[in-house]
Design a protein around this ligand. Structure first.
Ligand SMILES: [Zn+2]
Length: 341
């Protein structure tokens, strides 16, 4: 039975809605973007590539947990570690200023506790392994600060491997020896391996080296729309076989349409290929994406719940797609500080 917008919003209060990928911390660091202030909804069409996320609109959307992804410009490679630290610092400042609204979280239990205290749960991830500047020793300090995932690649080749497309792309080159060590060290430190942006060969190399659940934090799927940035059915099944999750991106370019129905199409394709325990949300808000109509910012999130319910997704499966699958992966990859002695 289809939910009304009000029913969808009320449903969000009962569950834990999680988004795997937003680039807001870069805006906070570079532009002084105030996470606590309500911003105008960005203009439709081309002008709305950022300004999608703030605390008032996270509340409007009934979002329990937001992953903030820290991205860096890889040329020159030096400076990338510091750039991530600055984005972490910017988030810490926002948290210190808004202690009753925002909580730093690492685990499923943390997210649930934050929601019980009416706080938005913030989680951290890194986009692009150039943030390590070629050293394994960079991973543990990031894990100590709460970073929960590392996207191995972004738009250019780095010491770990090759991107799906961009500078240094090479479909025949997989993970480097260093890249394999990075996967092992991530798992030792409780950092989930994120396979967004990596080329297909590196994708499977990383799965072969690791043993814990991976994620693809923000992507579309080739079964719905042919695009180099999207992953194929074999990749979807490989993530499912390792109990990982896949966040569907809210970008018209990768979805293949400006309709909110296309987000539903990508999610339903993941379910058809690999089951209901795999799909998640990976908006890429504030990451220079143009979201579909009806999903203009994070406050519009209940519209997606309505659209999914119209297509026959039951509340039990909605709960998994909207955040339950992410919480399961967080629980399955123990965070630094909660690791066994
Ligand atoms: Zn990205």
């Amino acid at each position: 039975m289809a939910l009304t917008p009000d029913e969808a919003r009320a449903f969000h209060d009962e569950i834990h809605v999680m988004d795997l990928h937003a680039d807001t911390a870069k805006l906070m660091d570079k532009l002084g973007y105030d996470l606590a202030a309500r911003h105008e909804r960005p203009m439709p069409k081309l002008a709305n590539v950022f300004g999608h996320v703030d605390l008032p609109r996270l509340r409007d959307g009934g979002v329990a947990g937001q992953f903030f992804s820290f991205w860096t410009t890889p040329y020159p490679e030096r400076g990338c570690t510091k750039s991530v630290v600055k984005q972490l610092d910017a988030l810490d400042v926002a948290m210190a200023k808004n202690p009753s609204d925002l909580a730093w979280t690492r685990t499923g239990a943390d997210v649930r506790a934050a929601k019980a205290q009416r706080k938005i749960a913030a989680l951290g991830g890194i986009e692009g392994g150039q943030a390590l500047e070629g050293t394994l020793d960079a991973i543990e300090p990031f894990a100590r600060r709460g970073v929960r995932y590392l996207g191995l690649l972004h738009f250019s080749a780095n010491a770990i491997g090759r991107p799906a497309k961009g500078r240094g792309a090479d479909p025949d080159a997989g993970l480097t020896a260093f890249g394999r060590d990075v996967v092992r060290e991530c798992e030792r430190c409780g950092v989930i391996v994120d396979l967004a942006h990596i080329n297909r060969r590196g994708f499977f190399d990383a799965l072969e080296v690791g043993s814990l659940p991976p994620m693809v934090s923000h992507t579309g799927v080739l079964g719905v729309h042919e695009h180099w940035r999207n992953i194929d059915d074999e990749q979807i099944r490989a993530v499912a076989n390792r109990q990982g999750c896949i966040g569907i991106i809210f970008s018209r370019k990768y979805l293949g349409s400006a309709s909110i129905e296309s987000v539903v199409d990508h999610i339903l394709h993941v379910i058809a290929v690999a089951g209901e325990d795999v799909p998640a949300l990976g908006s890429d808000f504030d990451g220079f994406v143009v979201p579909p109509e009806g999903l203009e910012d994070v406050g519009a999130m209940p519209n997606l719940t309505v659209a999914l319910s119209r297509r026959g997704v039951t509340p039990r499966v909605l709960e998994k797609i909207l955040g339950g699958n992410v919480l399961r992966v967080l629980d399955a990859v123990p965070a630094w500080g909660t690791l066994r002695a």
